[in-house]
Design a protein around this ligand. Sequence first.
Ligand code: PGA
Length: 277
Amino acid sequence: MRVIIRDDYEEISRAAARDVARLLNSKPNAVLGLATGSTPLGIYRELVRMHRDEGLDFSKVTTFNLDEYVGLTPSNPQSYHYFMHEHLFQHINIARQNIHIPSGTTDNYDAFCVWYEQRIVDCGGIDLQVLGIGSDGHIAFNEPSSSLGSRTRLKTLAKQTIQDNARFFSRPEDVPIYAVTMGVGTILEARSILLVASGSGKAAAVAGAIEGPVTSMNTASSLQLHRDVTCYLDRGAASELKMVDYYDWIDEKESSAPPTVPRPHLLKSPTGVRQSN
Ligand code: PGA
């Protein structure tokens, strides 16, 4: 894992958006995995700005969102369909038919989830997945105790998540209890992953994810098994990590390395087998 710590939310958002833009510039038909919630808002703002001011092109991009609440129609302002159109899609030149968001209103969830998984495969797999992290360590809606091999499915939300999400709803009883979510196994198949976290409310979950054991009790810890994960954290989110000095040191050494030096995980070992990080 690469752990990149910056002073504030705007900085980590810009850095993560730059990674997305770099991918789109080298692969215009990239497949992006997208997240909702407060955390990715800064990334989306920056991508919209890059599209407007620098011509960042989304015309060939395909997207898959992580999750959607069960029972909310796309026109419901609290739905993730609505969120994505409001904060990203309506501001960029993405083709509507290339947007995929799990349905929260299908009458056959099992069939829908099978279709969603197959659609990801048919589109060539996800090149880059953007992730937030819940205060209980969840990625997408893979709550503690979710199988680390799980696929897209219907999930009952944890009480902590329902409580965290209540701020977006006018009445507590309106907060959905179920969601359709990509599984941990689905997420781990993305070729690269950006995890973004901001604020001390995420510090314990982030520490568990990066420095704790791999456990289904913090599904973000499964990212330790992936070979290309970058975590962008502000100082608050990084405040319970034990190895901050080391992460800062690596960051400093890598950013001052000449551009021809490849990232460590792409270096070949003496046997010719790629080393993983
Ligand atoms: P947040 O949610 O970005 O709104 O904090 C993150 C998550 O629950 O995955």
